[in-house]
Design a protein around this ligand. Structure first.
Ligand code: 4AZ
Length: 842
C-alpha cells in the first residue's frame, strides 16, 4: 500500500485533509490566444491588405485588453494573520469542528473589513477561506492561514499585488492600528499575503491533497511510492507539520531525488502552515548537495511537493521531530582567550527569525581575531538586509567573504547573527583567538588577510593564505620558475596544461614550433594547415587525432580510433559521444554505459556521495572480514578491479573466487538497502603480467556467478578505446569506502572527491620514475585529496563530451595518501581495452 492510499502509514495522528482544496487561479493563457488567432487569420489575406490588417488587429488588441470588461482573472492570495485576543484550542486543528468554523468566519469578516479600507482591494474582492490555525508566538494568540480571491481585470493584476503588499506590517507602520482597531471581534496584527505561486495553480495538477502530522512523536514523511516506485505525476501535496507549543519542528532529509528542473518537480518548505512566499525557507529540486536539515521558528512547518507529467524520480524521505524552543540558545559571553562558536544548529540550516549575540572579552593588552571556516548565509545583498553576521558594526552576508579573518583593534568584540523570516542556509562556524598586537602570529607567517600559517608554507608555490600573500615577493629557488606576477612555482609545473601561476605564464612559450606550425606529439613541427587534413603528416598520427570532424584516414595510428570495419577516423574520443563517426556506426555501439540516473550531479579530502550517484562502484568483501577493495561494473556479469587486491597473502587466499562476496548498488557499508545486490564470484582473472614490485598491470577481472539486473543503482561505466585521450588538467572523480586519512579508518558512506589528471612527465619526476606508461596519475598536487587504502580497485571516472562517464583508471598505488606533490597512481585502462575484450567479450 502506498502513501496515496493511506495517510496512516506514517503516523496515527496524521490524516489526509482532502476537503481543503487549494483554489486554482484561472488560466491566463487562454486570454492571449484569441488575438493571436485573429492576427494569424489576417496575415493570410495578402500583401496589399497587410497594412490594413495590422491596423485592424492592433485595434482589436487595444479593444480586447483595454476596453473589454470581461477579460478578467481570478487572483488568489495566500496569507496569514495574527489574532491577539484568542487562545489556541485543539479544536482549531480540525476544519470540521464548529469552533474552527466560528473563528474562520470571524477571520473572513475581518479580512473583508481590511480589504474594504483599500479602494483597489474593496473593488475586486470576492471572498476568503481559512485553511488552518496555529499557536501564535506568545501563547495568548492564534495565527490564521487563509486564501483570498479577487476578480480583477487582466491589466490590473500588478496594482492588486501592490495593494495587497501595502497591508504588510512594514508598509503599515504607524497606520496598522487605524484599520485594525475598528474591528470589534478580533484584535489582529502581522497581516501578510502574497499572490500564489503560478506553479501551484496549474490546471494539470489533478491531485491536491494535504496531510496533517503531529511531530511530538518522531516519524518519517516520504513522497508517495518511495522507495519502491517514482512519485506520481501532476500532484500538489502538502504536509502540515505541528509540534507541541513551545517547540520547533525539525525536518531532516535522508534522501531527496527529484527532476532537475524546478519548473517541473520541486519541494518547498515554509515557516508557516500555508505556502506564503515571504515565509519560504527553501525550494529544492534535482539532487541537492546542500544541508537538508530544516528548523521552524515557531511550532509549525509546511512541506509541499509539486510534480508534472514527465520524468518522475524516486522522491524523498525525511525524518521529523520536535525540539524545545529553549534548546540550543545561541550567543553568550566568551571569556577564554581561544574558542569557537557557530550559527544555531550548525551544520543544519539555521532557523528563520533568529538573533544571537556573542560578546568576547580578552585580557586588556590583547586584540581579538575571528576566523570563519564556513560561511553560508544565503544570497548576497549589498546592505546585508536579510541574513547577516555583524562584527563590531561591520555586516557580513552571502556566501563569499572578502577575507575570512576579521580583527578587532581592542580586547572586545560583539558578534551578532541575524536571520530574517525566509530563505535559510547552513550558517557559519568560527574560531576566535586573542593575540598580542605587536606579534599577531608568534613563530608563524602572517598573511595579508591576517591568517597565520606555518612559515614553511611561505614561497612554496601553493596559495596557503587564501589571498596568495604567502606567495608574493618571493625569491625563487633554483628548482622554481618565476611567474610574471612574481610568484614562484616548481619548474616541473611549466607546460603541464594547467595555469599554476594564476596568470598563465607557466603555460606560455610551451610550443617548440614556430607560429603557424603544429607541434606533433613526437615533437616534429608541421604547417598548421596540415592538421586534420586526413593525412598523417606528423607520421605518428597526432595531427589527425584531435579533429572536430571525423575523416576516414588512410593510415591508422596509436592516436586514432579504429572502427570495426578497420577504417580509422580522425576525431578525438569519438566513442559514445552521440554522433555516428564510423560509417558502420561502431563508435556508437554498446553505449548504454556511463550514465548516471541523477545529475549531481575513502577517499581523503572527499565528501559523502548521494545514493545512486556512482552506479558502477562495487564493494569487494572478503567473507568474515568485510570491505577490502573497490571495483567497477563493466556489464551485468563482469567487474574490473586491481590485481593487487586478488593476490594471496600468507594464509589469505585472495586469489580464490570463493573467498569473495561482492556488493553492487551499495551506498552505506552499515546498511544494505533495497537496491543492494550481493553476488558470489565464478572466477577471477588477474593480469598475467602483474608485477607485485612495480605494480605494473595492476588490473584483474571478476566474473559474477550469475548475472545482475542492471538498474538505477547498478550500471556499467564506459570503457575507453585504446586511443581515448585523457589530457592533463582534465577533471576526474575518485570514489570508494577506503581510509579517510593516511593510516585511518574506512568510510561508511561512499565517498567521492574531484581530482585532476596529471601530466605523465611531471608525475614520473614526482614519483621517482616509478610510473610506467601503463599507469596514469591523478590527484591534487597541493595535497589533501586522494584515494587511500581500501579504495584500490575502484574507478577513476571521467565524464566524456556527451555526458557519459568513462573509466580512465583503476586505483592502484601512491606514496601514502593525499601528500603534497604525491598524486595517486592508477592503472591506465586504455592499455587494457583489448585484454578486457579478449577475456570477457565486453
Ligand atoms: C592502498 O593502499 C592505496 N594514494 C591506494 C591508493 C593510494 C595509496 C594507497 C593512493 O590501497
Amino acid at each position: 500500500m502506498d502513501l496515496m492510499d493511506s495517510g496512516e502509514k506514517f503516523n496515527p495522528r496524521q490524516d489526509w485533509d482532502t476537503t481543503v482544496q487549494f483554489l486554482p487561479a484561472s488560466d491566463s493563457k487562454h486570454l492571449e490566444k484569441t488575438p493571436g488567432r485573429r492576427r494569424k487569420l489576417w496575415i493570410g489575406v495578402g500583401l496589399v491588405l497587410s497594412a490594413a490588417a495590422v491596423a485592424l488587429v492592433t485595434g482589436l488588441l487595444v479593444w480586447h485588453f483595454q476596453l473589454r470588461s470581461d477579460v478578467r482573472v481570478n487572483k488568489v492570495y495566500i496569507g496569514s494573520m495574527g489574532i491577539n485576543n484568542q487562545r489556541f484550542l485543539p479544536a482549531y486543528e480540525d476544519h470540521r469542528n464548529p469552533q474552527f468554523t466560528h473563528l474562520a468566519g470571524l477571520v473572513s469578516k475581518q479580512l473583508k473589513l481590511i480589504y474594504s479600507q483599500n479602494s483597489v482591494l474593496a473593488k475586486h474582492f470576492k471572498g476568503s477561506t481559512v485553511q488552518a490555525f496555529s499557536e501564535g508566538d506568545g501563547g495568548d494568540s492564534v495565527v490564521a492561514y487563509y486564501q483570498s480571491e479577487f476578480d480583477v481585470h487582466v491589466l490590473q493584476q500588478e496594482t492588486l499585488d501592490k495593494a495587497i503588499e501595502s497591508l504588510d506590517p512594514a508598509a503599515q507602520q504607524g497606520r496598522q492600528g487605524r484599520f485594525l482597531k475598528r474591528v470589534d471581534a478580533l484584535n489582529v496584527n502581522n497581516v501578510v499575503s502574497r499572490a500564489i505561486d503560478p506553479r501551484m495553480t496549474k490546471k494539470s495538477l489533478v491531485e491536491r491533497k494535504s496531510f496533517n502530522i503531529h511531530v511530538s512523536e518522531a516519524g518519517v514523511v516520504q513522497s508517495p511510492g518511495f522507495p519502491d516506485s517514482s512519485y506520481p505525476p501532476n500532484v500538489y501535496l502538502q504536509w502540515r507539520l505541528r509540534a507541541d507549543p513551545g517547540h520547533r519542528v525539525r525536518l531532516d532529509f535522508h534522501t531527496l531525488i527529484l527532476e532537475d528542473d524546478c519548473e517541473q518537480d520541486f519541494i518547498q518548505i515554509y515557516d508557516s502552515l500555508a505556502p506564503i512566499a515571504p515565509r519560504v525557507l527553501t525550494e529544492q529540486c534535482g539532487y541537492p548537495h546542500d544541508s537538508l536539515s530544516f528548523l521552524s521558528s515557531g511550532n509549525v512547518l509546511l512541506l509541499t511537493l509539486i510534480t508534472n507529467e514527465e520524468k518522475n524520480f524516486p522522491g524523498f524521505r525525511a525524518n521529523y521531530s520536535q525540539i524545545p524552543l529553549t534548546e540550543q540558545k545561541c550567543g553568550g559571553e566568551l571569556t577564554l582567550e581561544k574558542g569557537s562558536f557557530s550559527s544555531p544548529f550548525f551544520p543544519s540550516n539555521y532557523p528563520p527569525k533568529t538573533t544571537c549575540v556573542w560578546t568576547i572579552e580578552a585580557p586588556k593588552e590583547k586584540f581579538l581575531k575571528v576566523q570563519f571556516n564556513k560561511f553560508l548565509l544565503g544570497k548576497y545583498s549589498s546592505q546585508c538586509l536579510n541574513d547577516y553576521v555583524d562584527i563590531n558594526g561591520q555586516r557580513l552576508c552571502g556566501n563569499k567573504l572578502k577575507s575570512n579573518v576579521v580583527i578587532s583593534r581592542s580586547n572586545k568584540m560583539t558578534i551578532k547573527f541575524n536571520s530574517d523570516s525566509s530563505h535559510v542556509d547552513q550558517g557559519f562556524t568560527a574560531e576566535y583567538e586573542a593575540y598580542v598586537p605587536t606579534n599577531p602570529c608568534p613563530g608563524r607567517f602572517q598573511c595579508t588577510n591576517n591568517l597565520c600559517i606555518n612559515q614553511t608554507l611561505q614561497c612554496d608555490g601553493w596559495n596557503d593564505c587564501g589571498d596568495s600573500s604567502d606567495e608574493d615577493n618571493c625569491k625563487c629557488e633554483a628548482s622554481q620558475m618565476k611567474c610574471k606576477n612574481g610568484r614562484c612555482k616548481p619548474k616541473f609545473w611549466e607546460c603541464d596544461g594547467f595555469d599554476d601561476c594564476g596568470d598563465k605564464t607557466d603555460e606560455e612559450n610551451c610550443l617548440k614550433c614556430k607560429p603557424g606550425e603544429f607541434s606533433c606529439r613526437n615533437n616534429r613541427c608541421i604547417p598548421e594547415k596540415f592538421k586534420c587534413n586526413g593525412k598523417d603528416d606528423c607520421s605518428d598520427g597526432s595531427d589527425e587525432s584531435a579533429c572536430e570532424k571525423s575523416l576516414v584516414l588512410q593510415t591508422c595510428s596509436e592516436f586514432t580510433f579504429s572502427c570495426r570495419s578497420g577504417d580509422c577516423i580522425s576525431k578525438l574520443n569519438p566513442e559514445c559521444d552521440g554522433e555516428k563517426d564510423c560509417e558502420d556506426g561502431s563508435d556508437e555501439d554498446g553505449c548504454q554505459c556511463g550514465t548516471k540516473p541523477y545529475r549531481s550531479s575513502r577517499i581523503v579530502g572527499g565528501e559523502a556521495s548521494r545514493k545512486g550517484e556512482w552506479p558502477w562502484q562495487v564493494s569487494l568483501h572478503i567473507r568474515g572480514t568485510g570491505h577490502v577493495c573497490g571495483a567497477s561494473v563493466l556489464s551485468n556479469r563482469w567487474l574490473l578491479t586491481a590485481a593487487h587486491c586478488v593476490q594471496d597473502n600468507g594464509p589469505n587466499k585472495y586469489s580464490q573466487a570463493d573467498q569473495w562476496e561482492v556488493l553492487l548498488g551499495l551506498h552505506m557499508q552499515s546498511q544494505t538497502n533495497e537496491w543492494t545486490v550481493r553476488r558470489n564470484l565464478r572466477r577471477i582473472i588477474a593480469h598475467e603480467d602483474y608485477n607485485a614490485f612495480t605494480y605494473d598491470n595492476d588490473v584483474a577481472l571478476m566474473e559474477l556467478d550469475s548475472n545482475v539486473t542492471l538498474n538505477q543503482d547498478i550500471w556499467p561505466i564506459c570503457l575507453p578505446s585504446p586511443t581515448y585521450d585523457f589530457p592533463a588538467g582534465q577533471e576526474a572523480w575518485i570514489t570508494g569506502w577506503g581510509a579517510t586519512r593516511e593510516g585511518g579508518l574506512g568510510a561508511n558512506i561512499l565517498q567521492k572527491a574531484e581530482v585532476r589528471i596529471i601530466n605523465s612527465t611531471v608525475c614520473k619526476s614526482l614519483m621517482e620514475e616509478q610510473v610506467t606508461d601503463k599507469m596514469l596519475c591523478a590527484g591534487v598536487l597541493k595535497g589533501g585529496v586522494d584515494a587511500c587504502q581500501g579504495d584500490s580497485g575502484g574507478p577513476l571516472s571521467v565524464t566524456g563530451p556527451s555526458g557519459r562517464v568513462f573509466l580512465a583508471g583503476v586505483v592502484s598505488w601512491g606514496d601514502g595518501c593525499a601528500r603534497r606533490n604525491k598524486p595517486g597512481v592508477y592503472a591506465r585502462v586504455t592499455k587494457y581495452r583489448r585484454w578486457i575484450k579478449e577475456n570477457t567479450g565486453v
